[in-house]
Design a protein around this ligand. Structure first.
Ligand code: NAD
Length: 327
């Protein structure tokens, strides 16, 4: 395989989020090279309204067009990810699996090992690592703009889609954990979580998770689908300045505040100035994620959100769950 024309992509699951994968793939690849597999036959008309040259196949089904692709996106509900991902890797397909990759860290590790032994790409849809604002923050942190990292927090709140197979922690926090892991570039020494289940028994609607990293870096993540308005805010604090990334805003999504404290003449003094808006390229994160997946497959590159990254995120989710459920 040398170029995009060689790619034949399968998309498993074209529900609320999977349809975004279908539209994104159709904006990059030839529609005749896209096959959508979904268990619900009613999905076919939605697919055909994107482009009627996209093939639809009911899956699981009897049709044997199954082998006609070389890479796949899995956007089915999380409880189906492991079985489907394992089958696709065993069949020699490169895969991009939606977050969370599985419901157990040992299953994520199994998929990671399988992908390595079959020399196949395993990527997870931690789409925010393809957000140009997150990439810009990472670059600026590496350039020393905020000095030494100290504290990160993330609020991902909305009156959102309630799930019954996973709680708000597993549904939302993979995004926040993956960004924090990317920015800190380490694994936490300690993970503590608390939360509350109000709508469905034992499925937490709101959770608060604390992470302690080496070199005295601390973080917390507050996620909820039981919240009066949408807020996606990440604050990254260093000893020379602070970033605020608010993806839920229309404008000025990424700001830099030169604020903090410094030792001067033997005392602690505050420094502060007006914020500066940080510009970033106007790119669609999901489109960047697809382009990266195709580039990794065609040019044998390591995905940014690879199986190891996915496994590390799952280990943190399991540690948070053990703390939350007081196991
Ligand atoms: N990256 C993101 O920002 C983001 C956002 C939302 C959802 N997600 C993830 O995407 C995945 C799907 O979420 P959703 O909200 O689209 O779910 P959904 O329930 O809306 O859609 C799932 C689709 O999969 C189909 N399906 C179910 N089992 C199947 C199977 N075995 N084979 C083929 N098709 C099957 C269903 O018919 C449905 O069309 C989840 O893992 C979710 O966490 C990611």
């Amino acid at each position: 395989m040398h170029n995009l024309k060689d790619l034949k992509l399968a998309i498993f699951g074209a529900g609320r989020w999977g349809m975004n994968h279908v539209k994104t793939a159709a904006s990059i690849l030839s529609p005749e090279n896209i096959i959508v597999f979904d268990s619900d036959p009613a999905t076919e008309s939605k697919i055909k309204s994107v482009n009627n040259q996209i093939t639809f196949i009911k899956y699981p089904g009897t049709n044997n067009q199954y082998q006609d692709f070389n890479l796949a996106v899995i956007a089915t509900p999380v409880e189906t990810h492991f079985v489907l991902a394992k089958k696709l890797l065993e069949d020699g397909k490169h895969i991009l699996v939606e977050k969370p990759i599985t419901l157990k860290a040992n299953e994520a590790k199994y998929l990671l090992d399988l992908s390595l032994s079959h020399k196949l790409k395993l990527m997870v849809g931690h789409v925010l690592l393809y957000h140009p604002a997150v990439n810009r923050m990472k670059e600026e942190i590496e350039n020393g703009k905020i000095g030494n990292l100290q504290y990160i927090y993330s609020n991902r709140l909305n009156l959102g889609a309630i799930r019954s197979e996973e709680n708000s922690l597993w549904s939302f926090a993979p995004h926040d954990i993956s960004i924090i892991q990317y920015l800190v570039n380490a694994n936490p020494d300690e993970v503590i979580a608390n939360g509350g289940a109000f709508i469905q028994k034992e499925i937490e609607d709101s959770t608060l998770t604390f992470l302690s990293y080496p070199r005295n870096v601390k973080a917390h993540i507050f996620v909820s689908w039981l919240h009066p308005f949408k807020e996606q805010r990440m604050v990254v604090i260093g000893d020379k300045g602070m970033f605020v990334f608010e993806d839920s805003l229309k404008n000025e999504k990424l700001k830099f505040y030169k604020k903090g404290f410094e030792f001067k003449n033997g005392s602690i003094e505050k420094f502060e100035s007006e914020y500066e808006v940080i510009e970033f390229p106007n790119k669609m994160p999901l489109q960047e994620e697809h382009l990266h997946f195709y580039d990794c497959v065609l040019n044998n590159k390591q995905p940014l959100t690879d199986g190891k990254h996915a496994w590390e995120v799952l280990k943190i989710l399991e540690q948070a769950t053990a703390s939350l459920k007081k196991l």
